[in-house]
Ligand binder design. Structure first.
Ligand SMILES: Cc1ncc(COP(=O)(O)O)c(C=O)c1O
Length: 495
């Protein structure tokens, strides 16, 4: 097979391979039943890593272009590409902002078999209450009959909104059902707020660093993004005020509790200062509290919304991290006139979220199952967090830095001075470990010296093993760097 890899291209190497092999199959150069070269051979012919070729073959197999048999190799399928035709075409006209970005890569890595993935801030599947939730679904279908599959309310099922109002009391938020709407996960909540409040070209303030899915979402809408630095107490009020006066933003997006990616919690003093500034400049705030309930060392910090007396805070959370992300259920809470506008955007976007899952979640909450689930899940995640803390202590170089998060799903690790997470990323993947490279959480990818390690979805054994591998790779890099320095010193002419 004559394949050509363009190393300077922005296109990932494995995708270049996928596309070229597809092309050969389409043109008949590789007919059905022909054998593809073994991974090791193709990797060495093209000077690629085996992982890259493996990823390409896995993608071709997933789309039905080839079939792989353990011990026998990979063959062009009888009806190649049939499955792929059921997916959106990969050759749609390229719209730069809609390219799969870092978020897509992080989600892909998390589903690779045999990869220890610290990449995605995902909950642990083994905590999902599949049977109980299944029972709730059967029950609400039996109760409601066909009506449950009819069109429903864009604001969300009333039984669920009633339960959500009770749920919010645990976060010290008093919101009447009229001020709550159901959304398809926090990501849709952000999308709705941005569509409702901002036009292309408007400026939005975010924390630096911030949630990757928000950075990519803003870029799609052509928003101007201004990043405000945070420290260990949360967003810096002085920098915030400067950004407001210089850029006249339309919205501030913040994650005050168990911030993603840093794990920082905004102190009560900072929260008060932030609310005061927002009031002075009439700046609406979108508060993302998706990790709020996941506190491991004591009661969860109070969210901004609970202190807000101005109505400027729009509150967003979801059941993705605390229950099951596949439910796609979250909530927005805002003062009444604003909420009406948000509901109108939701209606135009997807009419409403499915009634079946909303009704089942309402039952699940009403029966107290969720409270018990959260208790057990927090105990499991606390243990995994502690294993990661101990493993970092044991295996990472002494000049790496981190603090143990008191909640949420991630460690934010500062690498030893001079090392960049990009230098480690590829070799970590080759050794079967994925992580979130720090720069993707900075809007301009400007800071290189961090990595985000999500711990909840990995077993304690996988956490220890994965951290050990990363630690060894970091030590190797430090040694290599030291050798380079010695060599540079040796070549200095002695006079
Ligand atoms: C801070 C933050 N907000 C929102 C989301 C998206 O959540 P959901 O799955 O509910 O859409 C995530 C997911 O990682 C997140 O970390």
């Amino acid at each position: 097979m004559q394949l050509h890899i363009e190393r300077r291209s922005q296109r990932p190497l494995y995708l270049q391979l996928v596309e070229q092999i597809q092309e050969r199959i389409r043109s008949g150069a590789l007919p059905a039943g022909s054998r593809l070269p073994p991974i090791r051979q193709l990797a060495s012919e093209l000077g690629l890593t085996r992982l890259t070729v493996h990823n390409a073959y896995a993608e071709l197999q997933a789309d039905g272009w080839i079939e792989s048999f353990v011990g026998r190799g990979s063959y062009v399928a009888e009806r190649p590409g049939v499955k792929a035709q059921m997916r959106p075409s990969p050759v749609l006209p390229p719209v730069p902002l809609l390219r799969p970005g870092a978020l897509a890569e992080i989600m892909r890595l998390s589903h690779q078999p045999e990869m220890i993935s610290f990449a995605q801030a995902a909950p642990a599947q083994e905590t999902f209450p599949v049977r109980e939730f299944g029972r709730m679904i059967q029950q609400v279908i039996a109760q409601d009959g066909a009506g449950i599959f009819d069109y429903g309310s864009s604001q969300g099922e009333m039984t669920l909104r009633e339960q959500l109002a009770i749920y919010l009391l645990d976060r010290a938020i008093q919101a009447p059902v009229e001020e709550i709407m159901v959304v398809a996960g926090a990501q849709q909540g952000m999308d709705i707020v941005l569509r409702a409040l901002l036009d292309p070209g408007d400026t939005i303030l975010v924390e630096q660093p911030t949630y990757l899915g928000m950075i990519e979402r803003m870029q799609v809408q052509g928003l101007k993004l201004v990043a405000v630095p945070i420290d260990e107490q949360g967003i810096r009020p002085d920098a915030l005020e400067t950004a407001i006066t210089q850029h006249q933003p339309r919205l501030l997006y913040t994650i005050p509790t168990f911030h993603n990616p840093t794990g920082v919690c905004m102190t009560p003093e900072r929260q008060e200062a932030l609310l005061d500034i927002a009031q002075r400049y009439s700046l609406p705030i979108l508060e993302d509290d998706i990790y709020g309930p996941l506190s491991y060392d004591g009661p969860a910090p109070t969210p901004l919304k609970a202190r807000d007396t101005t109505g400027l805070v729009i509150y967003l959370t979801s059941f993705s991290k605390v229950l099951m992300p596949g439910l796609r259920i979250g909530l927005l809470s805002a003062s009444s006139p604003l909420l009406e506008g948000l509901v109108a955007v939701k209606r135009l976007s997807d009419m409403h979220s499915p009634q079946v899952t909303q009704r089942a979640l309402a039952e699940y909450l009403a029966r107290g199952h969720f409270a018990a689930h959260l208790r057990a899940t927090k105990a499991l995640y606390r243990e995994r967090r502690d294993v990661m803390a101990a493993s970092l202590q044991r295996y990472f170089p002494s000049d790496a830095t981190w603090s143990v998060p008191s909640g949420g799903l991630c460690f934010w690790v500062g690498l030893p001075p001079g090392l960049r997470s990009t230098d480690l990323y590829e070799s970590a993947l080759e050794h079967g470990v994925a992580f979130g490279p720090g720069q993707v959480f900075f809007p301009e990818h400007s800071v290189q010296g961090f990595m985000r390690l999500a711990f909840a979805a990995c077993s304690p054994e996988a956490i220890e093993r994965g951290v050990q591998i990363l630690g060894e790779l970091l030590h190797d890099q430090l040694i290599r760097r030291q050798r380079l320095r010695v060599r540079a010193f040796e070549t200095v002419p002695m006079v």
